[in-house]
Design a protein around this ligand. Structure first.
Ligand SMILES: Nc1ncnc2c1ncn2[C@@H]1O[C@H](COP(=O)(O)OP(=O)(O)OP(=O)(O)O)[C@@H](O)[C@H]1O
Length: 613
């Protein structure tokens, strides 16, 4: 109730300009005004809570610290009331009539600099209290300061250049903002609509928020609590609420940091990797908060792409509520957050891998793909990621894995490189000809089954100073093994390799005796240094150039093999038959290498060989 005549005031020029833009804005996400006003209310309550610690005399001190939102769809109004510190007449003029507030300033500056004269910038900057004018015909602020000797005030504006203030008796402490909605914005006088908005942006505000008498925010901002006081069930409940999830989290990391930024983060790894199950690519969904108020549910650059499977919350009070994707300063802040959180999460995984081996391995089986993606593309973190990778190897049991670090501890003093082989699965690699030479010399070979492994190995290049080398690479040199009895002599072997080179012609670049074969008669090594057999297969699957270039391989034969000895015996006696066998040996080697492009010629030849058998 007014006790004196209203006094008229002009808005400061910048505010008038701001209001003009906001009032006529076509910005579609008008709903953010709720977030802005609730966050102001929460700030005002927070300030009151602090005052209660130091001040003896506070007006209306029996009030509960809460926020009450009421909607009236007949009158088309929404009211947001808090019992916070309120404002004096003087404060109303300063706070709501002049441009004190940084978000609005930044908004106007960006607008002046920006090419886009449209108002999409509002959403990016947030214009605090003034955002109410996107939806309001008129805004009334009923308020009473926490100071006992002040009187209640009513601030009114229709957003067009001026506002008025009058005394108002009977006000409770705090601020009550009544918005009379524009006709086209009447949706904001609907209970369900506001409920949805409050749940989205203000679910974790620490003061109770009641919408039309019903409590909306029931889940606590767990990430700000001391982790020693939080039960597992509370974490799980929070995860389900925040990530809209139905499963239980597999891993969680709850941490806070003070430098270089104040961060409170609560991150979860879900139980299942839905991308692996064939669902669509995950979107980043660790939400960004500033003091419990959500800034962005799906911030793109908060974490690297390969961490897109994480859920949870990052809260930093060093961020402005209206953080923008446009300004350099804010971009730098996000980058800093990204760096700190990624490093911390990788450290966490390292500890898990050390202390909870089984849980880590289960995590890896489900989410290892993402770590490999990171190792392949993220130059900054690849070394830290390399430590987290796991592979089966020639020394592990089927289904069990080793880390690169453990591999290194098993390396003999002679061994300088870390060997790996690609193949579709363990059986294929073990039955192929490439492994046996390594096995015979007790050299461990890592098994790589996934396409991404090729990129990982190419990106890492080395681990702990040891080169990562494909075991089927033509350059690999292996130590001599003692010559077994009954092998072809060196002379005979030379005769045979030169005959093979002539006979096989263009299909081979080189033929020589192998130092890596033990049982198999022959193997093919890709003569192309730049394209591994695996890459060639992928290019072929993608129908890319390169796969079609004529294939030339180095053929290595095993002088100990019965087939080779027999070939030597027949190559002069029955050259035609020997030629067929030679070609078949090459094709068999190509099959093992995954390099045989077309099997038709081979099938016809096999029948010919069978005829003579
Ligand atoms: N509910 C309220 N109770 C008391 N004071 C308020 C309330 N709402 C706004 N104010 C005062 O008005 C000022 C301006 O509010 P506005 O929303 O424009 O900016 P801000 O809250 O300071 O900035 P930001 O929204 O970026 O945090 C606030 O700083 C505060 O002093």
């Amino acid at each position: 109730m007014s006790t004196t005549a209203p006094q008229k005031f002009e808005f400061q020029a910048e505010i008038a300009q701001l209001l003009d833009i906001v009032t006529h804005s076509l910005y579609t996400e008008k709903e953010i005004f709720v977030r802005e006003l609730v966050s102001n209310a929460s700030d005002a309550l927070e300030k009151l809570r602090h005052l209660q610690l130091t001040e003896k005399e506070i007006y209306d001190d029996t009030l509960t610290l809460e926020i009450n939102v009421t909607t009236d769809d007949k009158a088309k109004t929404i009211t947001i009331q808090d019992f916070g510190i309120g404002m004096t007449r003087q404060e109303l003029v300063e706070n709501l009539g002049t441009i004190a507030h940084s978000g609005s300033k930044a908004f106007l500056k960006a607008l002046a600099e920006s090419e886009q004269k449209n108002t999409s910038l509002i959403g990016q900057f947030g214009v605090g209290f003034y955002s109410a004018f996107m939806v309001a015909k008129s805004v009334k602020v009923y308020t009473h300061s926490w100071r006992k000797d002040e009187t209640g005030q009513l601030w009114t504006s229709e957003g067009a250049g001026n506002y008025s203030i009058e005394e108002s008796s009977g006000e409770r402490r705090g601020a009550k903002i009544v918005i009379e909605l524009k006709d086209e914005c009447s949706e904001f006088s609907q209970d369900w609509r506001i409920k949805e908005i409050l749940e989205r942006y203000s679910a974790f505000v620490s003061f109770p928020i009641n919408l039309n008498g019903k409590r909306v925010n029931t889940v606590q901002a767990l990430w700000l609590r001391n982790k020693n006081e939080i039960k597992d069930e509370e974490y799980t409940e929070f995860y389900k609420f925040q990530a809209h999830a139905f499963d239980e989290p597999r891993l969680r990391l709850h941490f806070s940091a003070d430098a270089p930024l104040a961060i409170n983060a609560l991150l979860f790894v879900p139980k299942e990797n839905t991308e692996k199950l064939g669902f669509s690519r995950l979107e980043p969904s660790v939400a960004l908060y500033c003091r419990k108020v959500m800034i962005d549910a799906k911030p793109k650059h908060l974490l690297p792409e390969w961490l897109r499977f994480l859920k949870g919350v990052v809260d930093s009070e060093d961020l402005p509520l209206n953080i923008s994707r446009e300004t350099m300063q804010d971009k730098a802040l996000i980058e800093k957050l990204n760096k700190v959180i990624t490093k911390r999460f990788l450290k966490f995984l390292e500890d898990e891998a050390k202390n909870r081996v089984d849980a880590y391995n289960e995590f890896y089986a489900e989410f290892g793909f993402f770590l490999k993606e990171g190792a392949a593309v993220d130059f900054t973190h690849k070394d830290q990621l390399a430590k987290l990778l796991r592979f089966e190897s020639s020394l592990t049991e089927k289904g069990k894995t080793t880390s690169l670090a453990d591999y290194v501890t098993r390396m003999g003093s002679e061994q300088k490189e870390i060997y790996y082989l690609f193949g579709p699965n363990r059986a294929a690699i073990e039955s192929g000809p490439y492994l046996e030479g390594f096995k015979a010399r007790n050299l461990e070979v890592l098994f790589c089954y996934e396409s991404v492994d090729e990129y990982v190995m190419n990106s890492l290049r080395e681990f702990d100073g040891k080169k990562l080398t494909a075991a089927d690479h033509a350059d690999v040199k292996l130590s001599d093994l003692p010559k077994p009895e009954g092998a072809l002599s060196e002379d005979d072997t030379k005769k045979l390799t030169s005959w093979l080179k002539d006979t096989l012609g263009e299909r081979v670049a080189e033929v020589k005796a192998s130092d890596r074969l033990v049982d198999s008669p022959a193997l093919a090594l890709n003569a192309d240094k730049f394209m591994s057999p695996h890459m060639r297969r992928m290019m072929k699957a993608l129908n890319k150039d390169g796969a079609e270039s004529p294939l030339r391989v180095n053929l290595e034969i095993n002088p100990r093999s019965a087939v080779i000895k027999r070939l030597f015996e027949t190559h002069t006696a029955a050259p035609d038959k020997a030629k067929l066998v030679a070609e078949q040996i090459l094709d068999n080697a190509l099959i093992s290498a995954g390099l045989l492009d077309d099997a038709t010629a081979m099938v016809a030849r096999l029948y010919k060989i069978l005829e003579t058998a």
